[in-house]
Design a protein around this ligand. Structure first.
Ligand SMILES: [Zn+2]
Length: 221
C-alpha cells in the first residue's frame, strides 16, 4: 500500500512539476533529465568483465563514471525520487550497449526490506521496470536480500565481500527450470568493487543460465 501511494505521489509530481535539469536545476523546455550543458559533461565509460568465480565472469555494461551529472540521478534515491530512477534507466537504454544485446530477463538487485520501507521503493527495481518497457523483456524478481548489509561505499574490498556473504538467496517459490539456458541481465544503479553484483550472480549461477550480464548507470573508475 505504502509503495503504491508513493508511486502515485511520484507520478503526480512528474505531471505537475515543470522540468528542471536534475543536476544544475536549470529550467529546460523538454522533459529530459539533464540540460544540454550537463549532458555534455557525462564521462562515458567502457563495459568491464567482472569475475564471479574462478571460471565464471560476467559483462557489466555501464554508461558513466560516478561523477556529476549521472551521480545526481543515483543519489536521488536517498530522497525517494522515483522519477530519477526511471530517468536513469532511460539514459542507460539510450547510451549503453544493452539494446544490442540479446537477453531474456531483467533481474533487479533487491534491497533489504528495512531499507525498502524507508525509501518506499527499490531503485534497481524501478530501473528494471523501465528497461523492461524499453526492451520488451520481463522482470524476473528472483532474488531475496536476506541480510541487512553495511553501505559498501566505505568498506575495503575484502570487507565488502565479507559484508555481502550470504546477502542474497534465490526466492524459494521460483520455478528453477524456467531460467535454465536463459540470459539474465542483472540491474543495479552503481558498480563500485563489483562485490554486490558478483555475490548476486553466484546465486543465479545455481539456475544454470546460459549467461549472466549486468547493467548499471555508473561505474566507479
Ligand atoms: Zn544542467
Amino acid at each position: 500500500m505504502y509503495k503504491i501511494l508513493n508511486l502515485i505521489k511520484n507520478q503526480l509530481f512528474d505531471l505537475i512539476s515543470p522540468p528542471f535539469c536534475v543536476n544544475c536545476k536549470k529550467f529546460i523546455s523538454q522533459r529530459t533529465p539533464f540540460c544540454i550543458d550537463c549532458l555534455s559533461q557525462v564521462k562515458i565509460v567502457a563495459s568491464v568483465k567482472l569475475r564471479v568465480t574462478e571460471n565464471y565472469a560476467i559483462n557489466v555494461f555501464a554508461v558513466s563514471d560516478y561523477q556529476y551529472p549521472f551521480k545526481s540521478l543515483v543519489l536521488a534515491k536517498q530522497s525517494s525520487n522515483y522519477l530519477a530512477s526511471t530517468q536513469l534507466a532511460e539514459l542507460i537504454w539510450d547510451m549503453s550497449n544493452i539494446k544490442n544485446i540479446k537477453f531474456d530477463y531483467l533481474t533487479p538487485i533487491p534491497l533489504h526490506w528495512s531499507r525498502y520501507i524507508k525509501r518506499g521503493y527499490n531503485q534497481s527495481e524501478a530501473m528494471a521496470l523501465t528497461l523492461s518497457g524499453k526492451s520488451g523483456k520481463p522482470v524476473a524478481d528472483i532474488l531475496n536480500r536476506t541480510k541487512k548489509t553495511e553501505y559498501q561505499f566505505f568498506l575495503k574490498q575484502q570487507q565488502r565481500l565479507n559484508n555481502l556473504k550470504g546477502a542474497f538467496e534465490l526466492k524459494p517459490d521460483i520455478d528453477l527450470n524456467r531460467y535454465t539456458g536463459s540470459h539474465i541481465m542483472l540491474v543495479d544503479d552503481l558498480l563500485t568493487s563489483g562485490a554486490t553484483l558478483s555475490t548476486a550472480a553466484k546465486e543465479i549461477i545455481k539456475l544454470k543460465p546460459l549467461a549472466i550480464s549486468a547493467v548499471v548507470g555508473c561505474r566507479v573508475t
